[in-house]
Design a binder for this molecule. Sequence first.
Ligand SMILES: Cc1cc2nc3c(=O)[nH]c(=O)nc-3n(C[C@H](O)[C@H](O)[C@H](O)COP(=O)(O)O)c2cc1C
Length: 210
Amino acid sequence: MRLTDDRKEYVAGSLDDSALHVDPWVLFARWLDEYRATGASDATAFALSTISREGFPDSRVVLLKDAKEGSLVFYTNYASKKGQDLEAHPHAHALFFWPSLERQMRIFGAVERVDAVVSDAYFHSRPIGSQRGAIASAQSQSVSGRGALEAQFAQAEAIPEADLKRPEYWGGYSLRVERIEFWQGRPNRMHDRIVFTKSKSGWTAERLQP
Ligand SMILES: Cc1cc2nc3c(=O)[nH]c(=O)nc-3n(C[C@H](O)[C@H](O)[C@H](O)COP(=O)(O)O)c2cc1C
């Protein structure tokens, strides 16, 4: 296996200097729409990076469930490893990589829990099995085996549908975007990179060398 032989040219698009003057949130929404329109599975997936109490980075994939007013919303278990990391360091990084469009977006911002009513509404919009799964799983904790996990799910299955409630340890986080970089692959590795940084007066934009 010679990984050095894997090569491609990036030719799918460009970001000219007019992108320095757009609203990054409008550009984000457009790129997301364009990627979803390709029919890619898990098109809203992104890598969420956090920092542990000890100062070590960790990443995992989560799904974007809302994007509005400058914030990205995702749902998870507040007591999970990522939840504990966010307690210690309430900032996170979101990385979207969309190979078929030769695009990457890097997003940084402060994270906080969404309102309980918002989490309630989303929890109850999920399929019943997913609701039970969230109740059954102490996410990130160790378990003796698959059988023990199935037993936890069986307990959640015993709860009548009408009595299903969002557990307090499960809900949404909102990442308020402070910095967002759009990367569009270009030929000869001369890629386009436009980064927007939030300031008191609005967004400032600059082009970075590839
Ligand atoms: C495509 C995909 C989507 C996922 N979506 C979520 C999600 O929305 N929320 C979540 O908590 N975990 C999701 N996961 C699982 C996480 O990657 C991770 O395994 C889990 O959240 C535990 O991470 P932690 O132990 O670092 O907290 C997803 C995984 C994949 C591969």
